[in-house]
Ligand binder design. Structure first.
Ligand code: CNA
Length: 315
């Protein structure tokens, strides 16, 4: 079912399941770094697994699948993102046993922080306190207009996302309608000039398609965008204070989150729980397998009970 690999060259006496169990039980400031792999059991594909998003997009003929999440590309052609966004839309109310485990750590007072790269907001469904979660790449919880930055609750555009439609900014739509009405109210001699300024305002200046039409974008971090401020505000202190690092369900390919691992002090145990090996970073312990199964197994060994309906099936 799973393998334990010890790879870190540093001589930490931390390489067995018993070491890991003891560390989870006794650590007071656990930093949990999570990725798409912790949500795949709900049918949300990850990016880089063989059955993930990137493979699907390549099969559809897209050479560079990262284009879908590229800000400049989105501004030119938001339809590419909206043609696949429904695939990562969070299922309402659900979460996985792994999310339940993070909640359990929070309940026991030993979760320093969960840095999640996920955008599905399932941490909230699991009831992990919001101050304990840093959504490093934003989430679908809110959406903003690419032109005027008008912010709305993310669920407002879920219906359009499900239908692969472009959600437009209600504020920009009203502004355009007002402008059109004002132009229509002008007499003929004035209209020529105003039509000219309208098209100037609306589309002929150096504005991209998305900016011209006020397309809404979920507040997830695209390539080309900085991470949310809350990440920068907390990461240095959290890395300093943590006494155990658990990286779960992530390929650790996206910086700066991937760099967290190397910033943690060498004397702090570092553990990977993942389906596939991560070979570019060293861990004291790599537990390879499905994270829900592995975490339920570890919790059972610790005498801990995750509050999730799937737990009994996994034992
Ligand atoms: P990734 O690069 O796709 O890697 C996912 C990792 O998870 C892989 O190494 C898999 O081996 C592993 N994995 C997959 N399923 C399981 C499982 N059941 N148990 C254990 N391990 C598993 O994804 P990363 O998170 O590393 O990359 C960061 C990207 C992915 C972020 O920008 C996210 O926004 C983005 N993403 C998020 C979601 C989501 O929110 N659910 C979905 C898809 C992509």
């Amino acid at each position: 079912m799973h393998r334990v690999i010890t790879t870190r060259t540093k001589k930490l006496d931390f390489h067995t399941i018993d070491h890991l169990i003891e560390a989870i039980k006794t650590s007071k400031n656990i930093l949990v770094l999570t990725g798409a792999g912790i949500s795949t059991s709900l049918g949300i594909p990850d990016f880089r697994s063989s059955e993930g998003f990137y493979t699907k997009l390549q099969e559809q003929g897209l050479d560079d699948p990262q284009t879908v999440f590229d800000l400049e590309y989105f501004k030119q052609d938001p339809s590419l993102f909206y043609s696949i966004a429904h695939l990562v839309l969070p299922p309402e109310g659900s979460f996985t046993p792994l999310h339940g485990f993070i909640k359990l750590l929070a309940d026991k007072g030993s979760l320093l922080r969960n840095y999640t790269q996920n955008i599905d907001n399932l941490e909230a469904n699991a009831g992990i306190p919001s101050e304990k979660v840093i959504q490093c790449h934003g989430s679908f919880a809110t959406a903003s207009c690419i032109t005027c930055k008008y912010k709305i609750p993310g669920e407002t555009i879920f219906e359009e996302i499900r239908n692969s439609e472009l959600p437009l900014c209600p504020f920009c739509i009203k502004r355009r309608q007002k402008l059109i009405k004002e132009i229509e109210a002008l007499d003929d001699s004035e209209q020529g000039i105003s039509r000219h300024s309208f098209s100037f305002l609306g589309s002929t200046v150096k504005r991209s398609y998305a900016e011209s039409y006020g397309v809404m974008k979920p507040d997830i971090t695209f390539f080309g965008e900085d991470l949310p401020r809350v990440f920068h505000d907390n990461i240095i202190q959290d890395v300093k204070n943590c006494d155990l690092l658990l990286c779960i369900g992530t390929s650790l390919k996206v910086a700066p989150v991937s760099e967290i691992v190397n910033k943690v002090k060498p004397e702090i145990p570092q553990v990977l729980i993942n389906k596939d090996p991560v070979t570019h970073t060293e861990f004291d312990i790599s537990l390879l397998g499905y994270c829900d199964e592995l975490i339920v197994y570890l919790c059972e060994a610790m005498g801990w009970k995750i509050d999730h309906p799937k737990v009994d099936e996994l034992l």
